[in-house]
Design a protein around this ligand. Structure first.
Ligand code: COA
Length: 297
C-alpha cells in the first residue's frame, strides 16, 4: 500500500533537512566560517560586539522611515546575520527619537498597483527572513514604532519598549492598509479584536497599553533600554542555541498548524535535540552541578 505523508510529516522532513547537518554531522569535516568584517552600510548601523549584533535604522531626520534604500540595506544585514557564525543574537533599534515611523510616505505616494504590491512583497520577505534567521532577535523600541516600524518590531521574536515608545498601524489614515505583515502578525500577537481596533482606528498607543495587550514583552526607562535588551538577549544566547532555534521554529510553524500537527512537530524537535551534544552538555552540567557550555552542536 502506498503511504501518503501528512502535511506535518512533509514539514518535519524539511525541518530535519535544515537542522540535521548542524545537529548531527560533526562540523569539523567542514572548515569553520571565520568571522567576517561587517559590510558597509549607509542608512543602517550594524555592529557586532561579543556575538551580539546591533542593527540600528539610521535615518533620524526622517524618523527612520523605511525607504527602498533602507530596506535594501536591511535585506543585506539579514543575509549577514543569517550567514555569520560569530553572531548569536540580534538587537534591532532606531537612531534618535524614533524606532521607525513607517514606510517612507514620499515613496509610497508615487506607487501604482503593481510596484505597490512588489514593495509590499519585498518588505514582507525581508521581515520574514529576519524572523526565520535561526537566531533570537529582540526589538529595542526607543520611540515611534508606526506602520512598517510596528511591523518590523513584530517580526522580531521579542520586544522591549522604552517608556517613551509609541506603537500604531496608522496606514488607514493614508488610504492604505498595512503592507509589511501587520494584518497577519498583529492579530497573532494580540488577538483579532485588538488588532482590528488598532488597524481600523489607526490610533497610537503608549508602551504601557502595548504591554498590557501583549504587544511588548517588557517596558523599561528610556536610559536603560539598550542595556536591558542586551541583558535579556545575553540570557537567551547563553542557552543551547539549537534548542532556542527549534523552539522558535516550533512556535512559528506550530501556530499555523492543527494541534495534532503542532504536537507532532514539537515531539520531532524534542527527539532531534536528543541527538545533540548540547543536550548531553545541558543535562550533564545540571547533574554535575556546574554551568553548561553549549557549542551549538
Ligand atoms: N515617511 C516619510 N517621512 C516621514 C515619515 C514617514 N513615514 N514619518 C516622519 N517623516 C518625516 C517628516 O516628513 C519630517 O520630515 P521633514 O523634516 O523633512 O519635514 C521628519 O520625518 C520629522 O517628522 P515630523 O512629522 O516633523 O515629526 P513629529 O514629531 O511632529 O511627528 C509623527 C512624528 C511620527 C507623529 C509623524 O511624523 C507621523 O505621523 N509620521 C507618519 C507616520 C505614519 O503614518 N506611518 C505609516 C506610514 S505607512
Amino acid at each position: 500500500m502506498v503511504q501518503v505523508a501528512s502535511a506535518a510529516e512533509i514539514r518535519w522532513r524539511s525541518v530535519l533537512r535544515s537542522a540535521l547537518p548542524a545537529a548531527i554531522f560533526p562540523p569539523s569535516t567542514k572548515p569553520k566560517t571565520q568571522p567576517r568584517p561587517t559590510m558597509s552600510y549607509e542608512l543602517i548601523r550594524f555592529e557586532v560586539n561579543d556575538h551580539i549584533a546591533t542593527l540600528t535604522i539610521n535615518r533620524p531626520d526622517k524618523l527612520n522611515a523605511l525607504n527602498d534604500a533602507v530596506m535594501a540595506e536591511l535585506s543585506s544585514a539579514v543575509d549577514e546575520i543569517t550567514a555569520r557564525d560569530d553572531i548569536a543574537g540580534v538587537i534591532v533599534t532606531g537612531a534618535g527619537k524614533a524606532f521607525v515611523a513607517g514606510a517612507d510616505i514620499g515613496e509610497l505616494s508615487k506607487q501604482g498597483p503593481f510596484d505597490g504590491k512588489a514593495r509590499s512583497v519585498r518588505g514582507q520577505n525581508v521581515l520574514r527572513r529576519l524572523e526565520t534567521c535561526g537566531k533570537p532577535v529582540i526589538a529595542a523600541v526607543n520611540g515611534f514604532a508606526l506602520g512598517g516600524g510596528c511591523e518590523l518590531a513584530m517580526a522580531c521574536h521579542l520586544r522591549v519598549a522604552s517608556e517613551k515608545a509609541k506603537f500604531g498601524q496608522p496606514e488607514v489614515k493614508l488610504g492604505i492598509c498595512p503592507g509589511f505583515g501587520g494584518t497577519q502578525r498583529l492579530p497573532r500577537l494580540v488577538g483579532k479584536g485588538r488588532a482590528l481596533d488598532l488597524i481600523m482606528s489607526g490610533r497610537m498607543i503608549g508602551a504601557d497599553e502595548a504591554f498590557q495587550m501583549g504587544l511588548v514583552n517588557k517596558v523599561v526607562p528610556p536610559d536603560d533600554l539598550l542595556q536591558e535588551t542586551e541583558k535579556m538577549l545575553r540570557g537567551i544566547v547563553a542557552m543551547g542555541p539549537l534548542a532556542i532555534r527549534l523552539s522558535i521554529e516550533a512556535i512559528d510553524s506550530g501556530c499555523d498548524m492543527s494541534l495534532d500537527e503542532g504536537l507532532l512537530l514539537e515531539a520531532n524537535h524534542f527527539g532531534l535535540l536528543a541527538a545533540t551534544a548540547d543536550m548531553r552538555e545541558g543535562m550533564g552540567a545540571f547533574l554535575e552541578k556546574r554551568d553548561p557550555e553549549f557549542t551549538g552542536k
